[in-house]
Design a protein around this ligand. Structure first.
Ligand SMILES: [Zn+2]
Length: 497
């Protein structure tokens, strides 16, 4: 390992230590890190068998909820031993497995990046949800939001249950893509338990350790269909990591984005009848000359990441559209998290600064009135990326039209995009309400969402030590997932709100 790789790793580990010491006692941090290190050593062993990793994970209730089957664990061992990847020794087993499995699929589809040293890890920050730093010409540090990596699993499981509902209600055999449309979700979601759960699932990604939920899934999902949910989550994380790799691929550190001109032309075309702006030319010229060069890089990275997610969809589902669905759900999620994050940072809903209609309908409105420096608002990003992708369904580092397939491609993509939009948007106000409750209290909250629409909340006071990890985490016989412990033993009965 070179000195530079080593230094970058130490920096990542130091930032993880600060957070872990914040939520944990020093003694517990030490214990955790010891287990993490054993886990990494096991995964990296040349002779390690899947069964050993599986036994390691099942020996500790904390790891019962890690979404991993034989295939995922085998991919993780394989890629960790084959490629120049460096993980922090403080990376928890759950995110380690998710990251390595996604990298395995990315390398299978996008060359093996052998000439690059990739240092990768998660920390507790959300914004930016992911970032990449150039350490030297062939060494890069990628840091991703920890809860974005871990909590997308229960989101995927919930979405997959909705797809089962749609399939079981329909008379004919319907494919994933046919099921995955706004109209179908509109029929099943409002009467499903997931209308109650999804707002919590979205809010907890932003809240991190402040809000942990246990959500109930059906036995059928837990026993037989888990692989689908794991695969859908994999496409989301593939999208997240590929976005960062695309910044390396385009060398966005040292060069302007090669697609900026195409995008500017395209976006101006999308805005040609927009009457929202007071000084249309002035505001737009300012945006395109001063802000857009950065934003253009983000759009290029998203398009490249979509291409990879579609290819991984073919590996996992024999069809690129489930891969694209995962990527578009993820983009919609980023858009939702931007809005929640604005609330967390400024204490107001962004709709108080810019009305809902303009925010949703006027492209760039949010970026001009309440701009973020590095990334476009998620809402703008998803609109631009969706439209460009529909115009150029085959994107290979730049625009390529596929004339023959175009009508089919565009219709199918439209289905996927509107389904992803509905799934997240329908739950966004609920997620904002949940976040507002979390922020109005000190300390951490654990919520158990049952299958019969009741909710049990447990609060820990701000100064109670080691809330998350010292509570016994169990996988309930009823099939609940994630961090649900017998908190009443420790903190007394929680008061429902
Ligand atoms: Zn980016």
């Amino acid at each position: 390992m070179s000195r530079e790789v080593d230094n970058a790793l130490r920096r990542l580990e130091a930032s993880q230590e600060i957070y872990d010491n914040y939520v944990e006692t020093a003694e517990n941090v030490e214990k955790l890190y010891k287990t993490y290190e054993e886990f990494h050593n096991l995964l990296k062993g040349q002779e390690t068998e899947v069964i050993e990793v599986s036994e390691f994970l099942s020996a500790d209730p904390r790891y019962y909820n890690i979404p991993a089957d034989y295939r995922v664990l085998s991919n993780a061992i394989d890629v960790y031993n084959r490629k120049p990847i460096y993980l922090s020794k403080h990376e928890p087993p759950g995110t380690t497995i998710v990251l390595l499995n996604a990298l395995y699929h990315i390398f299978n589809n996008w060359g093996d990046w052998r000439e690059c040293n990739i240092i990768i890890g998660t920390d507790a920050s959300y914004r930016p949800h992911g970032r990449v730093e150039k350490i030297n010409d062939h060494t890069f540090l990628i840091i991703l939001g920890r809860y974005l990596v871990s909590d997308t699993f229960i989101l995927s499981a919930a979405i997959y249950e909705l797809i089962f509902d749609i399939r079981s209600e329909s008379q004919a055999e319907i494919s994933f893509v046919e099921a995955f449309s706004e109209q179908n979700f509109e029929k099943v979601l409002p009467k499903s338990v997931h209308a109650f759960q999804l707002p919590y699932m979205i809010a907890q990604i932003l809240s991190g350790d402040r809000l942990r939920i246990g959500a109930r899934f059906r036995d059928e999902t837990l026993q037989k269909k888990l692989q689908y949910a794991i695969s859908l989550q994999t496409t989301m994380i593939v999208f997240l990591i590929s976005h960062e790799l695309a910044h390396i691929y385009f060398d966005h550190f040292d060069r302007d984005d090669p697609n900026a001109e195409i995008f500017e032309h395209f976006i101006r075309g999308m805005m040609s009848d927009d009457t929202f702006y007071a000084d249309y030319e002035g505001e737009l010229n300012h945006y395109f000359s001063k802000v857009f060069p950065r934003h253009s890089s983000e759009i290029s990275a998203d398009l490249e990441a979509l291409r990879v997610a579609g290819n991984v969809g073919v590996d996992l589902f024999n069809n690129k559209y489930p891969g694209l669905a995962g990527a578009f759900i993820f983009l919609q999620l980023i858009s939702a998290l931007d809005k929640l994050n604005f609330y967390r940072a400024y204490g107001t809903d962004v709709f108080e600064h810019i009305d809902k209609f303009s925010f949703n309908r006027n492209l760039l409105a949010a970026d001009i009135i309440v701009p973020f420096r590095n990334h476009p608002w998620g809402r703008t990003r998803v609109t631009i990326v969706s439209n460009i992708y529909k115009a150029y369904p085959i994107w290979q580092g730049g625009p390529q039209r596929s004339e023959d397939a175009q009508t089919f491609e565009v219709n199918t993509l439209q289905n996927v995009i509107s389904g992803a939009h509905f799934l997240i948007d329908y739950n966004l106000q609920g997620a904002l309400d949940v976040l507002a409750r979390v922020l109005s209290r000190g300390g951490e909250i654990s919520v158990h969402l049952t299958g019969d629409l009741t909710r049990i909340m447990h609060y820990a006071s701000k100064d109670s030590e080691s809330f998350v990890y010292t509570c016994p985490t169990v996988r309930l016989l009823s099939g609940s997932w994630c961090y649900y412990g017998r908190f009443s033993d420790v903190y007394g009965e929680g008061s429902p709100i």
